[in-house]
Design a protein around this ligand. Structure first.
Ligand code: SF4
Ligand code: SF4
Length: 167
């Protein structure tokens, strides 16, 4: 996969081989539900990914304010979009003492699909660290930072709503 944007390339590379449970394949406990589920669903693309996935076989890009991609339930590991690489986590942008920081959270959108997320399982530290570092890299580019901030606002609202509803 040829990624021209430096920050996106670094983020992809950090999550090339790290996985939620380290050496253990979490897909073996749930029959890779997130991939089979993705058959009828789509993953949001990070800025700069649209052009890449439009050229890759096995993916269908859906254009929109935030472009997304559909897959056929299998892919070459090196061709996974960043959303799949960080799943089921998200590098949330938070403001602390006037500074932007990355806080790695379970993505609330993953609760229904991922047993690790549903049970708030303890994940491999290298994976969590890689997601945090990827978030920090992405903050160094205007477009990827904008996407992270916007999605962070949305996820924060979602989490607050879930708390209010007692979910
Ligand atoms: S749904 Fe969760 S546990 Fe299952 S393969 Fe995907 S990330 Fe791993
Ligand atoms: S792109 Fe690959 S990793 Fe992502 S959901 Fe599809 S098959 Fe799974």
């Amino acid at each position: 996969m040829n990624i021209e944007n430096k920050q996106l390339r670094e983020a992809h590379a950090l999550l090339e081989n790290t996985t939620p449970l380290g050496r253990n394949d979490c897909g073996s406990v749930c029959e890779a539900y997130c991939c089979s589920d993705a058959l009828g669903d789509s993953m949001e693309l990070f800025p700069y990914e649209k052009d890449i996935f439009e050229k890759l076989d096995g993916f269908e890009v859906i254009d929109g304010e935030i472009p997304a991609v559909k897959c056929n339930g299998t892919c070459k590991r090196e061709n996974r979009p960043l959303a799949c690489r960080i799943y089921p986590l998200f590098p949330l942008v938070v403001n602390e003492n006037g500074e932007e920081r990355i806080r790695v959270i379970y993505d609330p959108r993953a609760t229904a699909s991922c047993p690790l997320c549903a049970h708030k399982a303890k994940l491999d530290r290298r994976f969590v660290r890689a997601v945090r570092r990827a978030g920090k890299y992405l903050l160094n580019d205007e477009k990827t930072a904008g996407y992270l901030r916007k999605t962070s606002e949305y996820l924060t609202e979602l989490i607050e709503l879930e708390i209010k509803l007692g979910l």
